[in-house]
Design a protein around this ligand. Structure first.
Ligand SMILES: C[S@@+](CC[C@H](N)C(=O)[O-])C[C@H]1O[C@@H](n2cnc3c(N)ncnc32)[C@H](O)[C@@H]1O
Length: 404
């Protein structure tokens, strides 16, 4: 591979914003990719993937390069040189790479990667939490998998097409996909591509959604005509899936504490041809209380650490803090206690997270079932998904049923 100066500059500029100014990596990359209209898909892929790679491996590369935060531009070029050296890419004779100690880099890599938290490039505290909660064997495999690049998975919008038709339509647009056994609506891209520019996407034939995430709406066991509340709907990845499964019949109430997220859902719902969603911003307990005992189904796709989706959000490793994890566990129990009250007798509730930590998952459900608020519920089933076991994102989902 030959390195191109303007693409490498874009990566360094992106890293400055992400590491030194606290910007989100996905937003920065979106902006970077608009920089030069002449860039082809390879160029864009290089900028996006290299930036993500260096974000993902920040701790390891910084230890190898012997640089400390806040990184100045020279430091960022040193991280870049480590990335290129370890990838076996020949460094051009630019001034930024003068005196790069190629052999030393490889030697330090061999030495440092004997230690898990350095090899997997994670903060000490995340390594400690993962180890305490999952145990040595599982955590070691899981965190390694969480550092792999995630595949691109699509969810067919069955309101508009079938999986087989979508596969053919995408093929005609130059994108090859394959079905995934056990995931009814999922298609996996054979090669990475920007699917958002396709007509199929613009016409609402699919959404990008990880395979594990696609299991959540199915777990909720919805039927056309039901009244379903999606309490933490965000931009509505799962709301749209629920609407597909309900064949646009019945009522979905999508809630979130952020109006900005629900606005995105509105745009997506229009593209998807979904007509049965009412959106409500949670500004007080009023909209919740109004729905007490009324819903056939309630989904709580709870806010969480995101420790099951680091493959997609590698910068979360550096943004997460132990105090946030403590706070979010409290919120998780609160939303379970409060939102479960919307389930009607014999109705069902799914509690889900994109975390792999039992303290955010099964332990929350256990605590709920033991509490007064949970006394009316029974656990029907739950699913603990580890990325290293199934190849897709780490997730948890529990299906609870309300007795009379
Ligand atoms: C895991 S994300 C939801 C993802 C979304 N369901 C999807 O499938 O795309 C969790 C959401 O919960 C929202 N949230 C956080 N605290 C909340 C609360 N107390 N009540 C309702 N929503 C909350 C966040 O704004 C965020 O959008």
């Amino acid at each position: 591979m030959r390195l191109h100066r303007n693409l490498c500059f874009a990566v360094i500029d992106g890293l400055t914003l992400i590491f030194n100014e606290g910007h989100y990596a996905d937003k920065v990359i979106q902006q970077l990719l608009k920089r030069d209209k002449r860039w082809g898909s390879r160029d864009r892929g290089f900028v996006a993937e290299t930036t993500y790679d260096i974000v993902r491996w920040k701790r390891l590369y910084a230890e190898i390069a012997e640089v400390k935060e806040p990184f100045d531009r020279d430091n960022l070029w040193r991280l870049f040189a480590v990335w290129a050296t370890l990838k076996g890419i020949k460094l051009p004779d630019w001034k930024y790479f003068e005196n790069t100690p190629t052999r030393k880099i490889k030697g330090r890599f061999d030495e440092l990667t004997k230690v898990r938290k350095l090899r997997e490039s994670i903060p000490d505290w995340i390594d400690e939490v993962g180890l305490a909660e999952l145990g040595e064997a599982k955590w070691t495999k899981e965190i390694a998998m969480q550092n792999e690049q995630a595949e691109v998975i699509l969810r067919t919008n069955t309101l508009k097409t079938t999986k087989e038709d979508l596969q053919n339509i995408l093929f005609d647009e130059g994108i090859e996909t394959e079905a995934i056994k056990g995931y009814d609506s999922a298609l996996k891209l054979k090669e990475r591509a920007n699917v958002f520019v396709t007509d199929a996407f613009k016409n609402g034939l699919f959404e990008v959604q990880d395979a594990s995430s696609q299991l959540v709406a199915e777990f909720l066991d919805v039927k056309p005509g039901m009244k379903v509340v999606d309490t933490c709907a965000g931009a509505g990845g799962k709301t749209l899936h629920i609407a597909s499964l309900m064949e646009n019949k019945g009522q979905i109430i999508a809630m979130d504490i952020y109006e900005s997220k629900l606005k995105k859902l509105k745009i997506r719902a229009r593209r998807n041809g979904v007509h049965n969603i009412d959106m409500k911003v949670i500004e007080s307990t009023k909209p919740i209380k109004k729905l007490y005992d009324k819903a056939d189904r309630v989904l709580i796709d709870a806010p969480c650490s995101g420790l099951g989706v680091l493959r997609r959000n590698p910068d979360a490793k550096w943004k997460l803090e132990p105090e946030f994890l403590d706070r979010i566990r409290v919120t998780q129990q609160e939303v379970l206690q409060q939102y479960s009250r919307m389930v009607k007798p014999q109705g069902k509730l799914v509690y889900a997270t994109c975390s792999v930590l039992p303290s955010e998952n099964q332990n929350q459900v256990k605590a709920f079932l033991k509490s007064e608020g949970g006394a009316n519920f029974t656990l029907v089933k739950d699913k603990k998904i580890l990325a290293h076991e199934n190849g897709y994102d780490g997730f948890y989902m529990a299906l609870l049923e309300r007795k009379a």
